[in-house]
Design a protein around this ligand. Structure first.
Ligand code: P6P
Length: 362
């Protein structure tokens, strides 16, 4: 059997057929760990999750597959462009923002595992209709993060956070959602890029699943992702430099001085303008991501949203050995005052995040 790249690309290799042991772990789908198997293990042996949480994550993962299909159709299915509406943030909604939100809502409201849902795209939280049973979890999500990249075919994604409702029996109110990030029981994101990825934590490390688009299953492709404590790569929107506060200006200026400066080494810069893509790069090879508050909107503590962007990403980053602060405190400790609260975000390689934070506290 010819395993050369040529034959693989030419499709001459029948991936489903029995293969020599040398490649069986790659080619034979039965040997791979699926998301379902992983979650059953997390429930059964790690005792990390309850059956209802396992069901919730499976449903969200299935919804992300449906979103990936719509993202992949793009112009072929009229998925590009604006929906002609605005979200609660006053931002123009893309068609895929609205479709992704609807997919997540419809997938999750009937299962009996949720007490309520909240989304970047909806002003108020969504109570589970009385015709469906309610559960003990609260699901919060940014259904399609990085929307400005949709029409230019750059990676975008879905971010989600799961809280355990403290109002087991009482009616869910917005206040039920206003829990600090340390209350999360699960968090994850999907990246709709060259491959479709699902990155997940249930508090036992960070694990990456790649969508086998032919079989429609999420396959574990990386366990226990770890962020290096040091890095030579930073991510920030440099066009906002003149608006930054002094600690951020000092930090980035030192990076730009490179070897000749106080850091004694050169740094590289990346900015995808899709948080999921920037965070995934950092999880994969280290780095620091910054979206600090700035003088453009001095009354707002930042651009990114705490409950369904910063908190889930911070939970994931900390589980991978990184750090996440708002410049002054751990993001996961921030006590939210409102559902769509914004926050400054500095996250990634631990030593760099601690340095930037120390400049804020100096
Ligand atoms: P800017 C996308 O809109 C987003 O919320 C994040 O995914 C991303 O990191 C940031 O905003 C990009 O913001 O101001 O650079 O376009």
């Amino acid at each position: 059997m010819d395993f050369s790249a040529k034959s693989l690309i030419a499709g001459q290799y029948n991936w489903a057929s029995p293969t020599p042991s040398a490649t069986r772990s790659i080619a034979c789908p039965m040997r791979r760990t699926t998301l379902t198997q992983f979650l059953v293990e997390q429930q059964r042996s790690a005792r990390a999750i309850k059956p209802e949480l396992r069901l919730l994550i499976e449903v969200v993962a299935r919804a992300c597959k449906a979103i990936a299909v719509n993202v992949g159709k793009g112009a072929l299915a009229g998925m590009l462009g604006n929906a002609g509406t605005e979200n609660v943030q006053g931002e123009a909604q893309k068609k895929l923002d609205v479709i992704s939100n609807e997919i997540l809502m419809e997938a999750n409201e009937w299962g009996g595992h949720l007490a309520g849902m909240a989304s970047e795209e909806m002003e108020t939280f969504h109570e589970i209709p009385s015709r469906y049973p309610k559960g003990e979890y609260l699901l919060l999500f940014d259904p399609l993060d990085g929307s400005s990249n949709i029409d230019v075919n750059v990676s975008i994604g879905t971010i989600f956070s799961v809280l355990k409702s403290s109002d087991e029996l009482g009616p869910v109110t917005e206040k039920s959602f206003l829990l600090p990030g340390t209350s999360q029981v699960a968090a994850g994101y999907a990246v709709y890029g060259p491959t479709t990825l699902l990155v997940l934590t249930v508090g036992t490390g960070v694990h990456c699943f790649t969508l086998d688009r032919e079989m429609g299953s999420w396959v574990l492709t990386q366990s226990n992702m770890t962020i290096p404590e040091d890095t030579k790569e930073f991510a920030i929107n440099m066009s906002n430099m003149r608006h930054w506060e002094p600690p951020v200006k000092r930090y980035v200026d030192e990076l730009l001085q490179g070897k000749e400066g106080p850091r004694g080494k050169d740094f590289n810069m990346r900015w995808v303008a899709s948080m999921v893509a920037d965070v995934h790069r950092i999880l994969t090879r280290g780095g620091i991501f910054m979206y600090p508050r700035d003088k453009r909107e001095p009354d707002k503590p930042g651009k990114l949203r705490l409950m369904y962007e910063a908190n889930p990403m911070s939970f994931i980053v900390e589980q991978a050995g990184g750090a996440a602060t708002n410049g002054h405190q751990r993001i996961l400790d921030v006590r939210p005052g409102k559902l769509h609260e914004r926050v400054s975000v500095i996250l990634g390689s631990k030593n760099e995040v601690e340095r930037v934070t120390s400049y804020h506290l100096a």
